[in-house]
Write a protein that binds this ligand. Structure first.
Ligand SMILES: [Cu+2]
Length: 494
């Protein structure tokens, strides 16, 4: 009798959970899309409820998400591929190979969806890709080396605007003919948003702590507004009245009145936001927060039985009118970019509610591996360098710290078995006293063999064959702080 009652109660509780979670998602008017970074996924979720609707495994390190209203476009920074995703089915319908070593990090799409423009952070190039023919044309951002890591397009489609952190400049590139047109000096530029009338570009300057209002036609800074600490990204509402800028250092979103060109509000977030997006009705802000220190301690606490603390990043939805956080969830991966579309415009019956992002006690979700076994060992305290191991492998003992790899140039021969032993050696300073400052390690061109997380207290070990000659950039693939993008090095296979 008791068992029967228990069983009936469990069924009732179960159906209540399913009912309420389904109802919640159906009620949500918007759908958010996030490129998941190192988990290789496209994450699809409801707004404002932040219920997971679907996750699609696409590649290795997924960045940039834009839409022409029909399709979605994302890039794989580790594999140099542009993916086209059918919005009505939420599935990949086309992939276009970019150049060897291109290292795409950000994308923009023309209004008609015919051309996609891609910033090649690792190669210093910008590409124009014709979606129908798959033809790729590139321009070099001279003088090299340059590091274009953010790109956007003007509403008339005439120009792409690109941030280059290596040369402290923002470039204007004309789309027809596709060539470098003008440049302007802005210190440590990051995200760019363009007003809907196409007059102004709002450029975040990370280390000048400002929002630069750039007149696009004359291509000069009209005004720089001091906003916060380490501003990264900006969005503008649909009426062009207000802009919102994420302050990575001071953990807030700043609201700017564009007519008055002054700050009119501040929304605290937990913690250290990067990408932000706004719902089409201007009611909700979505903040991608890179650190969750103390909020989700029970999730990802140990990456392996050897230890190594990882805590997940999170997404936070703010209701703009009240300034209140209405939902916050832990997320898998390192979400790099997001967009929000209205539910009615997507029309995909395969998107269902009831999904959960991360369960308590869950493990971090990294992209699938090929031809390599990744393991973790207690932190390796031997000096860094390149050594011949007793078993014939080339052993590369690499140290990762904010914001460099040592050594940052690694030479091997084709055919070598390379064994990377990578250790996060960060100690206390700036952000680093947060236990969740975790680096990542991914080699462009060897993405399926690498793409690992590097928490403190353990060393990641991965062994694979260097089966191709060439120069391959490696980079930190998990957001670790203000200079995260600059944490790079090179594997040379001779
Ligand atoms: Cu890092």
């Amino acid at each position: 009798m008791f068992r029967k009652i228990l069983r009936i109660s469990l069924v009732l509780i179960g159906s209540l959970i399913i009912y309420s979670s389904k109802g919640f998602a159906v009620d949500d008017p918007f759908i958010g899309y996030g490129s998941g970074g190192y988990n290789g996924k496209l994450m699809i979720f409801s707004i404002p409820g932040l219920e997971s609707l679907k996750e699609i495994s696409i590649g290795v390190d997924i960045h940039g998400v834009v839409s022409d209203g029909k399709d979605l476009f994302v890039v794989d920074k580790a594999q140099n591929i542009l993916f086209v995703i059918d919005l009505s089915k939420s599935s990949v319908k086309k992939d276009i190979k970019l150049l060897y070593g291109f290292g795409p990090s950000s994308i923009a799409v023309s209004k008609d969806g015919k051309n996609v423009y891609i910033a090649g952070e690792l190669s210093g190039k910008v590409a124009m890709v014709s979606i129908d023919s798959g033809k790729v044309v590139t321009v070099d951002l001279k003088p090299m080396p340059s590091s274009p890591n953010f790109i956007t397009i003007t509403p008339d489609g005439k120009y792409c605007l690109v941030s280059d952190y290596s040369n402290n400049r923002v470039l204007r590139i004309s789309t027809s003919p596709f060539k470098l047109d003008r440049e302007i000096k802005i210190r440590s530029p990051h995200g760019i948003a363009v007003t809907s009338d196409g007059k102004y570009a709002l450029v975040s300057s990370k280390f000048s702590a400002s929002l630069n209002i750039v007149d696009i036609k004359d291509f000069k800074v009209e005004k720089a507004i001091k906003t916060g600490a380490v501003p990264l990204n900006t969005v503008i509402d649909s009426k062009g009245a207000f802009a919102y800028q994420s302050q990575h250092g001071s953990s807030e979103i700043v609201k700017i009145d564009l007519a008055k060109k002054e700050i009119v509000g501040r929304f605290p977030v937990k913690y250290n936001p990067d990408n932000i997006s706004i719902s089409p009705d201007d009611k909700y802000l979505l903040s991608i927060n890179k650190f969750s220190t103390g909020i989700y301690d029970k999730i990802y606490s140990n990456i392996s039985d050897k230890g190594g603390i990882v805590t997940p990043q999170n997404m936070e939805v703010i209701e703009i009118a009240s300034g209140k956080t209405i939902k916050q969830v832990a997320v898998s991966g390192d979400i790099t970019d997001t967009i929000i579309l209205s539910r009615g415009s997507v029309k995909d019956a395969s998107l269902k509610g009831g999904g959960q992002f991360i369960k308590q006690g869950g493990k971090p979700d990294v992209s699938p591996k090929e031809g390599v076994k990744v393991s973790y060992m207690p932190a390796d305290d031997r000096p860094p360098g390149i050594f011949d191991a007793d078993d014939g492998a080339i052993e590369i003992r690499l140290k990762a710290l904010s914001y460099i790899f040592a050594p940052n140039v690694v030479n091997v021969f084709k055919g070598d078995t390379v064994r990377f032993i990578i250790t996060n050696i960060d100690e206390k300073s700036l952000y680093i006293d947060k236990p969740d400052v975790v680096h990542g390690f991914t080699i462009n061109g060897f993405g399926k063999q690498t793409d690992v997380l590097l928490p403190r207290g353990v060393s990641a070990v991965m062994e694979f064959k260097a089966d191709r000659k060439g120069s391959f950039d490696f980079y930190c693939s998990n957001f670790c702080g203000p200079v995260h993008h600059e944490m790079r090095g090179r594997l040379i296979v001779e």
